[in-house]
Design a protein around this ligand. Sequence first.
Ligand code: GLP
Length: 242
Amino acid sequence: MEVVPLADAGEVAALAADVVEAVVRARPDAVLGLATGSTPLPAYGELIRRHRAGAGPSYDSVRCFTLDEYVGLPPGHPESYRATIARELTDPLGIPPERVHGPDPAPDALPTAGARYEEALAAAGGVDVQVLGIGSDGHLAFNEPGSSLASATRIKTLTDETRRDNARFFGAIDEVPRHVLTQGLGTILRARHLLLLATGAGKAAALAAAVEGPLTASCPASVLQLHPHATVLCDAEAAAGL
Ligand code: GLP
């Protein structure tokens, strides 16, 4: 694993954008794995800024897979991850919705949603670069502590800690869904390059556990230790426990 300590979130965003752009330049129909949460937003903003300035690569053939999705939100809810990624990245880059794939949370689709998402991912040839954040409890995507290290895309129940963390997007914790669909840890490990971004003091303990602690389901992000090409970009605050 390569850990790159940087000064601040701006440097993390710039370097993350460099990595994603390099992948797209090398392979115009690259498959991008996209995380939501607040951490990647500056990197996505940087990609959009460069694209608008005419300095980015062409995204005409790029395909995207979102990592996870809430279950139980009305279709089109602004905090659904489908809507979030469209607003924060793919629409501004001109990537049409039909090239952005996510786990399908529709009630009648749920029983087969995980398997169908895995099939779509395999049919696309797998993810070239997977952008990741890390939860304050060490979760990866929505794989909460205790998740099987070999897990596939499936339904999970959120912990109270994650629901509290994500309440800021919803206004109140009661509005945060209890269930989600998420890529499994085994799914994430199949991406060819993992790019984990961590910023802020709130991530210091989780990042130290993931990078320097034991490989354990108690810290799902520790699976990065198993991957042959994992890069961690972190700011000084998030690196404080390393
Ligand atoms: C969310 C997402 C994760 C994200 C994490 C951290 O619950 N499912 O993909 O990495 O929590 O979020 P943030 O970057 O907002 O701290």
